[in-house]
Design a protein around this ligand. Structure first.
Ligand SMILES: CC(C)(COP(=O)(O)OP(=O)(O)OC[C@H]1O[C@@H](n2cnc3c(N)ncnc32)[C@H](O)[C@@H]1OP(=O)(O)O)[C@@H](O)C(=O)NCCC(=O)NCCS
Length: 154
């Protein structure tokens, strides 16, 4: 992903840098909804090692080093999965979330992706409004089935 300037709140959208992993984890701790089994330094480092462009950071144009929001635009060659859409609570409702999703979709389109999806908690009304505003809709016929892997957290 090339760095670009967004229209919302004069933000820049850029790939995350490995050296800012602790800052991103702190942002998720106060801004993201729920926690993930991969929310640790090793998990994010593995993500960036595999796909250095997939973790998109939004920052103020006049302070590009400080992340204000994130989304993971994961492409595995088959499907397009969105994770960790989160915006700093002090900077919400200014278009950053929408700009992050637009950047993720731009990446997916460039990679040949055909459909984007996200897991959204049923009780996350704020998330529902954001996804809906960006054109996403639920598919209630699906339920996530999981199995912890050896060596991973439950
Ligand atoms: C969801 C989240 C990322 C949205 O970020 P944001 O930067 O505030 O979103 P935007 O300003 O781009 O809003 C885009 C649209 O979503 C909808 N929306 C977002 N927040 C809303 C709110 N509090 N109430 C109503 N609609 C809302 C609106 O339609 C909005 O467009 P508008 O402002 O022109 O009306 C942010 O609230 C957040 O980090 N929430 C906690 C984490 C989370 O739930 N993430 C989703 C996990 S699935």
């Amino acid at each position: 992903m090339t760095e670009q300037t967004g229209t919302a709140e004069q933000i820049v959208l850029r790939p995350a840098r490995p050296e800012e992993i602790p800052v991103l984890l702190a942002l998720w701790a106060r801004a993201a909804k729920g926690t993930s089994i991969t929310d640790d330094a090793a998990g994010v480092a593995a993500l960036l090692a595999r796909d250095p462009q997939c973790l998109i950071v939004a920052a103020a144009a006049d302070d590009p080093a400080t992340p204000l929001g994130t989304v993971i635009a994961g492409w595995d060659g088959w499907r397009c999965h969105l994770y960790r859409l989160a915006v700093d609570p002090d900077h919400r409702r200014r278009g950053i979330g929408a700009a992050l999703l637009a950047a993720a979709e731009e990446r997916f389109a460039a990679l040949g992706g055909r459909r984007a999806d996200a897991m959204v908690l049923d009780d996350n009304a704020l998330g529902h409004r954001t996804w809906q505003a960006a054109g996403y809709h639920p598919e209630p016929q699906w339920t996530r089935w999981v199995k912890p892997l050896a060596g991973g957290a439950s």
